[in-house]
Design a protein around this ligand. Structure first.
Ligand code: ADP
Ligand code: MG
Length: 701
């Protein structure tokens, strides 16, 4: 590949003009757009459609597929207006395929109602779903038409919605902005050879195609995001994100960090453990120790499947800091998990003479003041806690290592906030170790964690028996009650997990309460406890402890038990509404069983009927226990947002790139990133400015 040209023109001046230079864009509108990061004309060029509506053809109602957007044309059969629970307008239309489709509206005006006269003909566009009365579209876009009205000749772009800006207005402004697109020479940042060999168009051509597809463009490719124009934009966008993460990493590594090379205490723990580290644990600890020995801040992600034994590796890393009379902190996303870490760390570290302090939201008053004093004086060498660790008022004497568990539950900002607790005055920053049990497929890791080194614990401790997974319709619940009875009669313990996604804590808690009462009535001989997110932390803790110590046979819980809970005697888990959870989340939950030597099983209950996709997803759970395979499937089926969590700033928010679809571009992105970093950093800055811009607000401290 040729060297990047140093003389690439700066971002075209036309692109730098403020939006108020566009006809019809006054200050009020400009302000609304600015609130979404759109302030210059070029921002509108890059405000890419999030999809297309294909109005080039009409789909017979009989052929509609739930979940697939389509245009239909039909005649109104019946109209029903109701106000029982909330306003509702239902319009039934039918077509020559002799099938009926229901249009359902929750907000509507009187004029709209009047339009839908029986016999009137409408063209509607929307995504059908299976409703209580058959196929329906909620809030379709629609317009009255004459029979044989002409069809659109190209796809209509659909832009991400911006609050307070009508879609038509946005479309019009984007059109005006595109009219000002400069010629290729003024716009292009990437040397031609970087994209032409992949058969991709220039940036200008790519932008025009995605915003204004022509009638003869490959519509099918555009609809699924695989058009060369989209690939061209994805390449540039992925490159921009990659460069931005590299830049953050470089900035971070320009700081100094304490070199931690005294391994005596860590070795002491290793010798005292009741088990031998697995080869994978040893290797990963070695990688961490090598990093910590350097006077450069470590930024390392340790990923390992549930139960792979990350905690003990983290404890040994912490002892490298403590061994040099500095502090380590371990932060976990929930109180339950943090508390369990506290128990383990006290068990492991206190015999070595290390003081472990505890800081969570519920530590208040005098107790809190005492902990804060110990943390500030350095008397507490290891500090375990929740988000409370990041609060103002928490001042470390000498924080050398910040460990964040289940890091995907925290945002990038939060991860950095803990690092900010380092001893700034001394000119060093703490090392960072982040851990996750949600394994990140390689392609995603490349994009999501270009700022982190990754270690993988790819081996489970010996003696674990794989969990058998069964998928059952919820009608078969009575059989399960018997199964629980049998398991508990043999001295085993069981979890019953109630989930109701998209509902408030309160609703889930009450559903869990109901389930708890039903099960208690059906299993009078068993000891049951309930744990949910609305309970006071002390109650939650008491319930968990009772389960852990074997005083409870069946724990009815919400997903609060998801992460980290370790009860080896539990061998049966039942998960309700499993079809609604992400695969990685199901895998996490399932990881609560199979931690001991007993044969364990996990029953996934679903509500019929199952969609094809849900069926496939649950089948994946049945077929594999490998968290990596599951994560790959989750990524394919649900996209990266589900896996990384929407709070994983910047990752789920690509304009055009899709880490699953465009994964094959990543090796090239890497190679280009390397070249740019070495030979043309200022070009890199321009690419980042164009695509990522001020989104990089969290550049490393
Ligand atoms: P996770 O990686 O999911 O955080 P944990 O650190 O909670 O896993 O470890 C799960 C369980 O396995 C704990 O009870 C831990 O003490 C135990 N464990 C960790 N490493 C080993 C090992 N090498 N051999 C046997 N048991 C281990
Ligand atoms: Mg863990």
């Amino acid at each position: 590949m040729p060297r990047p040209a140093r003389s690439t023109p700066a971002i075209a001046p036309a692109g730098n003009a403020p939006l108020t230079t566009l006809r019809g864009c006054g200050p009020a509108l400009a302000e609304k757009l600015a609130s979404r990061g759109l302030s210059m004309v070029q921002d509108l060029w890059l405000q890419l459609p999030r999809g297309y509506e294909d109005r080039t053809r009409i789909v017979p109602i009989r052929d509609l597929q739930p979940g697939t957007a389509a245009q239909v044309e039909g005649v109104v059969d019946a109209v029903e207006k109701g106000f029982r629970y909330r306003p509702m307008l239902k319009v039934a239309i039918s077509d020559d395929s002799r099938a009926t489709l229901l249009l359902r509206f929750f907000h509507f005006r009187a004029a709209q109602v009047a339009q839908f006269e029986p016999g009137a003909r409408f063209r509607c566009f929307g995504t059908p779903r299976l409703g209580p009365q058959g196929l329906e579209i909620v809030h379709p876009s629609y317009r009255p038409v004459e029979a044989d009205a002409v069809l659109g000749s190209a796809l209509d772009p659909v832009y991400p919605q911006i609050e307070g800006v009508a879609p038509a207005t946005l479309r019009r402004l984007i059109g005006l902005a595109l009219d000002r697109l400069p010629p290729d020479e003024a716009l292009e940042l990437l040397p031609t050879a970087w994209w032409s060999d992949l058969g991709l168009p220039s940036l200008r051509q790519a932008l025009l195609t995605v915003h204004r597809p022509a009638a003869d463009d490959d519509i099918a490719a555009l609809l699924c995001g695989r058009h060369p124009a989209q690939r061209r934009l994805a390449l540039e966008e992925l490159l921009a994100h990659h460069l931005s993460l590299r830049g953050q990493r470089r900035a971070h590594r320009a700081h100094a960090a304490p070199a931690l090379a005294d391994a005596k205490l860590a070795q002491g723990l290793r010798d005292a453990l009741p088990f031998r580290l697995t080869a994978a644990q040893s290797r990963v600890f070695g990688e961490i120790a090598a990093d910590l020995a350097q006077p450069v801040p470590m930024l390392r992600l340790v990923q390992g499947d549930v139960g792979s034994g990350k905690t003990v590796v983290a404890a040994m890393a912490a002892l490298l800091a403590v061994g040099q009379r500095q502090q380590a902190a371990l932060m976990a996303p929930t109180e339950l998990l943090a508390e369990q870490h506290l128990v383990n760390l006290r068990l492991w570290l206190e015999p070595l003479g290390v003081r472990v302090a505890w800081l969570a939201g519920k530590v208040t008053g005098k107790a809190r003041a005492a902990v804060l004093a110990d943390v500030a004086s350095g008397a507490a060498q290891m500090v375990v806690g929740t988000h409370a660790l990041m609060q103002e008022g928490v001042v470390f004497h000498d924080l050398a290592l910040a460990i964040v568990d289940e890091q995907h539950r925290f945002g990038v900002h939060q991860r950095l906030a803990l690092v900010d607790k380092g001893p700034r005055g001394r000119g060093t920053v703490p090392h960072q170790l982040v851990m996750t049990a949600t394994p990140i497929p390689r392609t995603l890791a490349m994009a999501a964690y270009a700022d982190l080194d990754v270690s993988t614990i790819d081996e489970l401790p010996p003696g674990r028996t794989p969990v058998t997974t069964v998928v059952l319709a919820s009608e078969r619940r009575p059989e399960l009650v018997e199964r629980i009875r049998r398991a508990c009669a043999e001295g085993r313990q069981a979890y019953w997990v109630c989930t109701l996604i998209d509902e408030s804590d309160e609703v889930v808690a009450s559903a869990a309460q109901t389930t708890f009462e039903q099960l208690a009535a059906q299993l009078p001989e068993l000891r049951l406890r309930l744990v949910h997110g609305r309970m006071r932390p002390a109650e939650k803790q008491a319930a968990m402890l009772a389960f852990k110590t074997g005083q409870v046979d069946l724990l009815v819980a919400t997903t609060v038990i998801e992460v980290g809970v370790d009860v080896p005697n539990a061998s049966l888990m039942i998960i309700e509404n499993a079809e609604r959870l992400g695969l990685s989340q199901l895998h996490q939950l399932r990881g609560r069983v199979g931690r001991g030597s007993a044969v364990s099983s996990c029953v996934l209950l679903y509500q019929s009927p199952l969609s094809q996709m849900a069926r496939e997803r649950l089948a994946t759970m049945r077929e594999t226990n490998d968290g990596f395979v599951i994560a790959e499937r989750d990524l394919e089926l649900r996209g990266p947002g589900e896996l990384l969590g929407t709070r994983q700033t910047g990752i789920a928010e690509f304009r055009v790139a899709d880490l699953t679809r465009d994964a094959d571009l990543m090796p090239r992105v890497h190679a280009l990133g390397e070249q740019i970093a070495e030979r043309a950093p200022e070009l890199g800055e321009r690419i980042v400015a164009r695509w990522v811009g001020n989104a990089v607000r969290y550049a490393s401290a």
